[in-house]
Structure formats: structure tokens, C-alpha cells
Design a protein around this ligand. Structure first.
Ligand SMILES: Nc1ncnc2c1ncn2[C@@H]1O[C@H](COP(=O)(O)OP(=O)(O)OP(=O)(O)O)[C@@H](O)[C@H]1O
Ligand SMILES: [Mg+2]
Length: 361
């Protein structure tokens, strides 16, 4: 079930000021896929989810779930939350501490007066699905954070929603549990084949979980694409800098080849991924530190060569991270952890043109 959002805006008025929480949002969240809304704190992610669910009233625009328009300012349509066929899992889980696991999960069916036997059957099935068999009688507060998260998920799934919305559901878990739960969640959701919109400000979570990522900033959507598109081929400086890390270098387009763009930059001439900027336009060259490789002595490829002086390197386990300088410019680098390079070494590096991204200045 696809979610389609057209020209959606939501303003808040506080202390005589207008906050544009959502500023003309247009996005299609594809059916049966996991779409992540990713962006820094305050960019409007929660507001967008709350509008989809029906907990906020947008100031303009339209929201369509499947074939049904559930919100439209112009037509005065506002389908109430409970009739939108959605379920939502909040950051805080919002499970009831005084209830046991069984009743927490059964609640959405109990309030709809489902027959007891039907509820029992469905709860058993879903408990098995979220790997919590045998936990029925435990109080919701007497289980771990990861288990509570699964109770919240089970409760969201029990009414068999067409769409499920998650607002940072893993942010209360420690790093390891977060990673495990993320994998489980990905498996659940792809098995269930339901539409999921997932809010996070954690880029690794977004890359690992999503079929589609929508990167947001200051109330608008900057770019939408698959995790690989967003990581390898972004066309936005904000995205390059927000997803992972990127060296941003001022450059001017010098010529356009069939499948490459050549620029003169602060640190020399670079052959880059093809982008249709006019010759002489000012651009920003983005190079991720992990794509700057040490040049082997017998290297004969066509990559861009950079000669720099090592400024600092810190061992962080899997790799060494640090900086090199080229004239006045410093670039972040990431090299293998067993390297014996040290401050002051003059080193040749290689960056393939595919990893040189050009974005608007
Ligand atoms: N009820 C409210 N009244 C006034 N301003 C609000 C309200 N809710 C949100 N805002 C403002 O709207 C903007 C978007 O908030 P939102 O909660 O959607 O951000 P977010 O992307 O979910 O951030 P976070 O990652 O911190 O949860 C922020 O500037 C926020 O301060
Ligand atoms: Mg939020």
C-alpha cells in the first residue's frame, strides 16, 4: 500500500514566531517497502509521521494511503486516525507497564471487541513471530529493552495494519542490541511485505534497513534514493556531508567528456563522475575519506593522484583515521589500521573518478 504526500506543509506558531516544521513536502512511499526518513534533529521527521497517522493537522496539502485520500485541506478531508489502517511504534515504545506482555499485545484487538479465542490465536502466532513465546505472563517492565521493543512491534502488528510507522524505535537500546534488533526488524518487515515508514537520525540504521531513503533538512526533502544511490551518487552537498563524512573541496568545471567531468579544484585537477554542470561553473567536489586509497608503487590505473603530508592519524580499531594536508587544505583520510605511516610523511593517494562527486556550490 503506497503512501503519497503532495505539497504538505505544517507550521507551528510559538512565541509570535512561525516554525515551518514541514515545507511543501512531496514524496511517494512505495508499497511493501521500507522507506526511511533520515535527517538531523528538528528537521520535521516526527511531524511528517504524525501527519500521516492523523495526530497532526497539516496547514496545506494532501495525504493518500493506497487509493484513499485521508487528508486534504482543499477538499476538507480528514479521515480519523483509527480509520487510516495504520500502526505506529514510538521511540518510547509506549507499552503499558502495569500490564503483562499478553495484554499489551492483545489490547488493540480487545478494544475492538474481537472474540477471546481469536485474540488468543493471534497473540500466540505473533509472539512466536517476534520470538517471545512463553513471555505472556511477564510484566512489561520486567523484560529487557530489546524485548519491550518487540512487544511494541507485536502490538503494532497484531491488527494486521496495511502500513506501519516507526519513530526512532531503537534509540533506547545499547549499540549491540540495536544492531541485532535492526537485523530482526528488517527480516520481519520484508517477510510481512507491508509498507513501513521509518524515522531515524542514524545514517547507519537508515543504510542498513531501507529500500528507500528520503533525506530531510529544515522541513523539506533534500533527496530520495536507494541506500546505494544516496551513498555513492548523491547530488547534494548536504547529503554527502550528512551520510557518512565527506571532504568538501571548492572547484570549477573545466570540461565535459562523454562520461566524465573534469574540474580544477583547490587541490588540483580531478576527473569526476559525470554531472551536467556548465563549463566554468562553481561546484563542490565531495570525496569520502574511505575512498582515498594509498597509491601502490606499481599503480597504473586512471585514478586521480593526490600527494599529501600526513598531519595526524588515530588508531580506531578497524582503521586509522586522520588528516593529510595539501597546501592549506586538509582532507580527512581513513587507512588500514596496520599502516606504519606517521605525522610528516609525504604520501601519494589515489581516488577513482567514480568516487569524486560534484554537487552545486
Ligand atoms: N508541538 C509543537 N509546537 C511547536 N513547535 C514544534 C512542535 N512540534 C515540533 N515543533 C518544531 O517543529 C520542528 C520539527 O520537529 P520534529 O519533532 O518533527 O523534528 P524531528 O525531525 O522529529 O527531530 P528529532 O530527531 O529531534 O526527533 C522543530 O523545529 C520543532 O521544534
Ligand atoms: Mg522526532
Amino acid at each position: 500500500m503506497e503512501i503519497q504526500i503532495k505539497e504538505l506543509s505544517k507550521y507551528y506558531y510559538t512565541d509570535g514566531k512561525i516554525i515551518k516544521a514541514l515545507d511543501n513536502i512531496n514524496i511517494k512511499i512505495p508499497g511493501k517497502r521500507i522507506c526511511t526518513l533520515l535527517g538531523p534533529s528538528g528537521c520535521g521527521k516526527t511531524t511528517l509521521l504524525r501527519c500521516i497517522v492523523g495526530l497532526e493537522k497539516p496547514d496545506s496539502g494532501e495525504i493518500k494511503i493506497g487509493d484513499e485520500v485521508v487528508w486534504c485541506n482543499k477538499k476538507g478531508i480528514n479521515i480519523p486516525t483509527e480509520k487510516r489502517g495504520l500502526a505506529m511504534v514510538f521511540q518510547t515504545y509506549a507499552i503499558w507497564p502495569h500490564m503483562n506482555v499478553y495484554n499489551n499485545i492483545a489490547y488493540p484487538l480487545q478494544i475492538k471487541n474481537f472474540p477471546k479465542e481469536e485474540i488468543y490465536k493471534r497473540v500466540k502466532k505473533i509472539l512466536n513471530f517476534v520470538k517471545l513465546d512463553g513471555f505472556e505472563k511477564r510484566l512489561a517492565t520486567n523484560i529487557s529493552g530489546g524485548q519491550q521493543q518487540r512487544v511494541a512491534l507485536a502490538r503494532a502488528l497484531i491488527a494486521e495494519p496495511k502500513v506501519i510507522l516507526f519513530d526512532e524505535p531503537l534509540s533506547n537500546l545499547d549499540a549491540k542490541l540495536r544492531e541485532e534488533t535492526r537485523k530482526e526488524l528488517r527480516n520481519f518487515l520484508s517477510e510481512l511485505k507491508i509498507t513501513a515508514a521509518y524515522v531515524t537520525h542514524d545514517q547507519i540504521e537508515a543504510l542498513a534497513l531501507s529500500d528507500v531513503i528520503a533525506v530531510m533538512n529544515s522541513g523539506y526533502i533534500v533527496e530520495v534514493g536507494s541506500p546505494r544511490q544516496i551513498y555513492f551518487n548523491t547530488t547534494h552537498q548536504f547529503v554527502a556531508d550528512f551520510i557518512g563524512r565527506a571532504n568538501l573541496i571548492k572547484a570549477i568545471v573545466k570540461s565535459q567528456k562523454k562520461d566524465k567531468t573534469i574540474v580544477d579544484s583547490e587541490i588540483g585537477t580531478f576527473i569526476c563522475q559525470k554531472r551536467d554542470f556548465p563549463v566554468e561553473s562553481k561546484v563542490i567536489l565531495c570525496i569520502r575519506p574511505e575512498f582515498i586509497y594509498l597509491k601502490e608503487d606499481n599503480y597504473s590505473g586512471e585514478g586521480n593522484i593526490i600527494t599529501g603530508i600526513i598531519e595526524n592519524l588515530v588508531f580506531v580499531g578497524e582503521t586509522c583515521e586522520g588528516e593529510m594536508s595539501i597546501g592549506n587544505k586538509r582532507l580527512m583520510i581513513k587507512i588500514e589500521s596496520e599502516s606504519s605511516l606517521k605525522k610528516g610523511d609525504v604520501v601519494n593517494f589515489v581516488v577513482s573518478s567514480d568516487h569524486c562527486l560534484l554537487v552545486s556550490d
